[in-house]
Ligand binder design. Sequence first.
Ligand code: 5GP
Length: 122
Amino acid sequence: MAYDPNNIFAKILRGEIPCDKVYEDEHTLAFNDINPQTPTHVLVVPKGPYVSWTDFSERASDAEIAALVRAVGTVAKQAGAVEEGYRVLSNAGANANQEVPHLHLHVFAGRPLGRMVAKAKE
Ligand code: 5GP
């Protein structure tokens, strides 16, 4: 899938739409989800134009990859979530219900998070 520069996170990265920023470095931005599913729900995104985890893993530089991974750890620490636990999740493609076509990692914390995924009905 080609990168769509008009996706909502691209607009946030360009400053065209505001966000509630919690962390930023040269390669990465993290901000609170507009519709939080948990008391802490942060989105961690690379600043570069990557559609998904697959795209990022193929095209991103080592520095961008390291920055994204480290940013997730920093966000979890900043949220005070390390001791009680947290979950990192990235949806890629249709089966995963990816809504925004710019790679993002969800960081969920602040309450028990239940099962990893819903079990399929038999
Ligand atoms: P996905 O389903 O693609 O993994 O998750 C997209 C996430 O982006 C959703 O949790 C949704 O609430 C969040 N989101 C969508 N639009 C905006 C926005 O304009 N600002 C922020 N902060 N989050 C958004």
